[in-house]
Ligand binder design. Structure first.
Ligand code: ZN
Length: 164
């Protein structure tokens, strides 16, 4: 049995509890959170967010890529968010490889040559938060009056610490 079948089953109980709600499409807090896909980071619980409160945009590392900016522009210009939080975390999978070593691995295992591609790994998690905040501040698609903050989440303790 795949997990998907289990999900379908579990969801039946969830939907029963959920009932019918008609929350607005625009997030209540007007916040978009840019964060990592890491399974140990339960963003809504960690930040006290309920359904309808915020946009949570996730990718490997929580990096600000072109597609992350695409989502942020839609979040802000279509759906009314006015604040961005960049939230990276300790022990990130994006800290476990270098571009060259990963490209070697993919060449070996998949027969694909992606040398020269940037998978956006990092070593210093505070530095990666600062880099991504800087990319947002420099983007012409993100208005200057948007509040941009950054933080690191500790996957061992659940504690979030601001990055200045
Ligand atoms: Zn991560």
């Amino acid at each position: 049995m795949s997990y998907f079948e289990k999900f379908l089953k579990t969801n039946q109980a969830y939907a029963d509890l959920h009932g019918t709600a008609h929350l607005p499409i625009k997030p209540k807090t007007q916040v978009a959170i840019v964060t990592c896909m890491d399974s140990r980071l339960h963003v809504a619980q960690a930040l006290g967010l309920a359904l309808g409160d915020a946009h949570i945009l996730r990718n490997a590392g929580g990096r600000v890529t072109d597609d992350m900016i695409r989502s942020l522009v839609i979040s802000q210009q279509q759906l009314g968010t006015r604040e961005i939080v960049v939230l990276h975390h300790t022990d990130c999978g994006a800290q476990t490889f270098t571009n060259d070593a990963f490209a070697d691995q993919l060449q070996r295992d998949l027969g694909v040559d992606v040398h020269g591609h940037d998978f956006l790994p990092f070593t210093d998690v505070e530095e990666s938060v600062r880099e991504d905040m800087a990319i947002l501040r420099q983007s012409p698609l993100i208005p200057d009056d948007v509040n941009i903050s950054g933080a690191v989440y500790d996957v061992d303790t659940g504690r979030m610490t601001e990055v200045i």
